[in-house]
Design a protein around this ligand. Structure first.
Ligand code: PGA
Length: 249
């Protein structure tokens, strides 16, 4: 009933030749994939990776977009530019951008509005830092992230949203959420969406898990009823590891 998705967030890694080679390697096994695959390379490689994926079912996305439409914003990259490079997705709200670039929920809401206007689909990342989980306030924290960014969207716009739950304490640390922790939060997020946009909408929303997802823990995470796939960082940089994670779905 729900789309299963495994996405690769390559972050600030790889050079042009390596990015194109990795895309080619992932594409080479595409006939075996049982789910949707999305690759998120650096902005500067979008066009080359798009060419490598031409005619394939593998989708392409950017790791960020500007909250502005166009104009005198030196160094910024608009959602329209991304769409014109052959990408269909954009990541919004990754915790590394929230932390290192001070992105606020309200700015993220504006990025989503720009993405929607450009016809892009959004993977919206949410998740709590360790201190918040230590205080058992993770539900309240994630709920606020959802409310301040997504709750102003129309039900029609929400059809273009995928949510990625990425506990900050699990990203790049080797510490993954347990299947129970992941399932509890995914069910909570789905319930929040159901209350705001209706049960039918929530039932069709794909919610991905991210945070130290690897070949050896992917199957148990993906087996959770509300986990519809993964957003993979470190392990997506190696084609064999990424394919093993895809196979786990
Ligand atoms: P990780 O990153 O798999 O390296 O923990 C996940 C992410 O940040 O999307």
């Amino acid at each position: 009933m729900r789309r299963k998705i495994v996405a690769a967030n390559w972050k600030m890694n790889l050079n042009l030749a390596e990015a194109v080679h990795l895309a080619k390697d992932v594409r080479a096994s595409e006939s075996h994939y049982q789910c949707e695959i999305i690759l998120f390379p650096s902005f500067v490689f979008l066009n080359d990776v798009a060419k490598e994926l031409n005619g394939s079912t593998i989708a392409l996305g950017a790791q960020n977009c500007s909250d502005k439409n166009a104009g005198a914003y030196t160094g910024e990259i608009s959602a329209q530019m991304i769409a014109s490079s052959g990408a269909a997705y954009v990541l919004v709200g990754h915790s590394e951008r929230r932390l290192y670039n001070n992105e606020t929920n309200f700015q993220l809401r504006d990025k989503i509005i720009q993405a929607m206007a450009a016809g892009l689909n959004v993977i919206f990342c949410c998740g709590e830092p360790l201190a918040i989980r230590g205080e058992n306030r993770e539900n309240e924290f994630v709920s606020r992230q959802l409310q301040e960014t997504l709750f102003g969207l129309s039900a029609e716009q929400m059809k273009h949203i995928v949510i990625a739950y990425e506990p900050v304490w699990a990203i790049g640390t080797g510490l993954n959420a347990t299947p129970l922790q992941a399932q509890d939060m995914h069910a909570y997020i789905r319930n929040q969406i159901a209350e705001k946009f209706g049960a039918n909408h929530a039932a069709h929303l794909s919610i991905l898990y991210g945070g130290s997802c690897k070949p050896d823990n992917a199957a148990e995470l993906f087996a959770c009823p509300d986990v519809d796939g993964g957003l993979i960082g470190g392990a997506s940089l190696d084609a064999n590891n990424f394919k093993a994670i895809i196979a786990a779905i």
